[in-house]
Ligand binder design. Structure first.
Ligand code: HEC
Ligand SMILES: [Cu+2]
Length: 313
């Protein structure tokens, strides 16, 4: 019977989420049965004209009050702690996760693999390996949902969100948009194809495809003229700060605050360079809003990220 109730559990999150969900159902069921049984029992016992004893009803009972206040509290709080830990497990991606970019737009999912391969409404991933999706929308709010993985994450315009998972079995699983996003929302469906790692490697190399995402970003960097101000070599003095080692590093801003240079910061630096000025530099960088789309931005970020990977090694 359980098999009928529970759909495929195809990720490490699925079992955790189902157990939590079923526990909540069981707890709710227990209280529904308890309350309705008592309701019916007392309804019959104290119906009008019954001979039940109504003399000297108890006015207060501290023990009863404590019992029905603390009882549900003690049952409920552990569920909260448990749910929070499942939530945290599934919101912080492991460091070794394979990073894949997702751009949602009316009405399709556009997916970019780090080695440059792109696909639409299909996501190929290896089995038993953590995968981190970095997602953004080019228009309205969408929501990336893989029911068999029990995972769902809003995809927002103007800000990156992440979703990570580890698929535990090979196969094809439905992918849906779970946010009403316009007239063709219901067509915004796709498939997640989980493959053996070797098969995935063959698939990646399969289609003649050109360069990696970072290399595409490097070309954009030259074509848009970023390189005229941002010298790749930190020894040379460009008009803008060197971007070597920027990704993941702390940046000091002119107003004295510091922040960590993540994907969102770099995206903002390109679209709204006047908003956050790096300490010690002039606000001379022009905005590139309108010249680059979300896919270009992800390529640029991937390139800037690759500059940091090199310095770390
Ligand atoms: C006219 C020169 C100029 C051009 C062209 C230019 N930048 Fe900049 N950039 C700057 C300056 C100056 C700063 C530092 C002041 C600021 O924060 O605006 C900066 C800051 C940045 C930062 C933040 C760096 C940090 O250390 O926090 C990033 C990221 C960046 N630029 C990326 C780019 C990209 C990508 C392009 C091309 C699409 C580009 N820039 C084009 C001059 C330029
Ligand atoms: Cu959508």
């Amino acid at each position: 019977m359980i098999d009928v109730l529970i759909p495929e559990q195809a990720s490490t999150a699925a079992g955790q989420v189902d157990l939590l969900f079923l526990t909540l159902i069981a707890l709710s069921g227990f209280f529904i049965v308890l309350i309705f049984s008592l309701l019916i029992y007392f309804g019959i016992k104290y119906r009008r004209g019954s001979s039940a004893d109504r003399t000297a009803p108890p006015a207060t009972s501290i023990r009863l009050e404590l019992f029905w206040t603390l009882g549900p509290l003690l049952l409920g709080l552990p569920v909260f702690v448990w749910a929070a830990s499942v939530y945290l497990d599934n919101s912080v991606p492991p460091h070794d996760a394979l990073e894949i970019n997702v751009v949602g737009k009316q009405w399709m999912w556009h997916i970019q693999h780090p080695d440059g391969r792109r696909e639409i409404d299909e996501l190929h991933v290896p089995v038993n390996q953590p995968v981190k999706l970095q997602m953004i929308s080019q228009d309205v709010i969408h929501s990336f949902w893989i029911p068999d993985f029990r995972l769902k994450q809003d995809v927002l315009p103007g800000r990156y969100t992440t979703l990570w998972f580890e698929a535990t079995q090979t196969g094809t699983f439905p992918l849906k948009c779970a946010e009403f996003c316009g007239t063709h929302h219901s067509f915004m469906v796709g498939r997640v194809i989980v493959m053996e790692p070797a098969e995935y490697q063959t698939w990646l190399g399969g289609e003649a495809q050109g360069e990696t995402l970072a290399a595409q970003g490097e070309q954009l960097f030259a074509r848009l003229g970023c390189s005229s101000c941002h010298e790749p070599d930190p020894e040379q003095d460009g008009r803008g700060p060197s971007l070597l080692g920027l990704y993941g590093d702390e940046v000091e801003l002119q107003d004295g605050t510091t922040l960590v240079a993540d994907a969102d910061y770099i995206r903002r630096s390109i679209l709204e360079p006047q908003e956050q000025i790096v300490a010690g530099y002039q606000p001379i960088m022009p905005s590139f809003a309108g010249q680059v789309d979300e896919a270009d931005l992800l390529a640029l970020i991937s390139y800037i990220q690759s500059l940091s990977d090199e310095t770390e090694e």
